[in-house]
Design a protein around this ligand. Structure first.
Ligand code: ADE
Length: 282
């Protein structure tokens, strides 16, 4: 997969692309990532990329010309990459909220052009001309699309074959595991050595060597966690009702056992948030 990123801050990507999973994906040749400085395409003396909004108002608007020329120049590089097919993505808080199914779809595309906006926004006419898929990484406003582009690159890089090492790793992530009726589930809890830490023990079932029982316990934990923390994911699913946990759910110390029992019996409205105590009066 080839990814072109158009930004006025290409330096932001240097550390990101040379670290961890994105770096592994690049080293393995699964993705190639090319940053382009939009400012370099500004056809004016001062390399200006933004101007004041028509109609007044605060902030500046990114101009059409530098963006359009930067996209055309980036996409004309290595025209064979992607076999002529390019998915353009504009990172914007007004876009479709990024979800794992969308990430999985993007990860299968041969070529992406990621456009990072800044300031108050981008002149609407260049968006109409380029017709990008508009993606938001959440309902909050960032100073620009760069962090969104990095989120997207990381999420697609880790799905490329061989990048995570263990082939099942990505398939077992939150949102990738689904219940029998298709609801996306959060991940189960994980433990490593030592067996006891700070008076807390690893659940016995994980030490039992009974792989089928471990799988059942993990499935039950995924459902329980999703019901407690993200009941919205289970809307229209019978799993929205509390599920019985396997008997071996003895996650000592006693407080944690009590929590699992209590939350199983309670409605999602009064369930504790991520196991934390709710603030006074909440
Ligand atoms: N640019 C600014 N805010 C953003 C967001 N929430 N998602 C994607 N790009 C953005």
């Amino acid at each position: 997969m080839r990814i072109d990123v158009l930004t006025i801050f290409p330096d932001l990507f240097t550390g990101f692309l040379s670290t961890s999973i994105p770096a592994i994906a690049i080293e393995q040749g699964r993705i190639s990532c090319h940053t382009h400085d939009i400012r370099a395409y500004a056809a004016n003396k001062h390399r200006k990329v933004d101007d004041r909004p028509f109609g007044g108002g605060p902030g500046m608007v990114m101009m059409c010309q530098p963006i359009f020329d930067a996209v055309k120049a980036a996409e004309s590089q290595d025209p064979a990459a992607g076999g002529g097919s390019v998915v353009r993505v504009l990172l914007t808080p007004q876009g479709e909220r990024l979800t794992q199914p969308r990430v999985e779809w993007l990860a299968q595309q041969p070529r992406l052009t990621l456009l990072c906006g800044h300031y108050e926004g981008i002149d609407e006419r260049v968006i109409e001309e380029l017709r990008p898929l508009e993606i938001s990484i959440g309902d909050y406003v960032l100073s620009g699309g760069e962090l969104g582009a990095m989120v997207l690159i990381d999420a697609v890089a880790r799905l490329q074959p061989g990048v995570l090492g263990h082939e099942d790793s990505a398939a077992e992530d939150s949102f990738s595991v689904r219940s029998a009726d298709g609801a996306p589930l959060l991940d189960c809890p994980h433990y490593t050595r030592p067996r006891e830490w700070n008076g807390r023990e690893v659940p016995d079932i994980l030490l039992s060597g009974d792989h089928a029982a471990v799988d059942r316990w993990r499935d039950a934990q995924r459902i329980e966690r999703t019901r407690e923390r993200r009941p919205d994911l289970l809307l229209n699913s019978p799993l929205a009702e509390p599920q019985p946990l396997p008997a071996a759910n003895t996650n000592k110390p006693a407080a944690q056992v009590a929590r699992a029992t209590r939350s199983t019996a309670s409605s999602s409205d009064d369930a504790p948030l991520h196991g934390q105590t709710a603030p006074e009066g909440a």
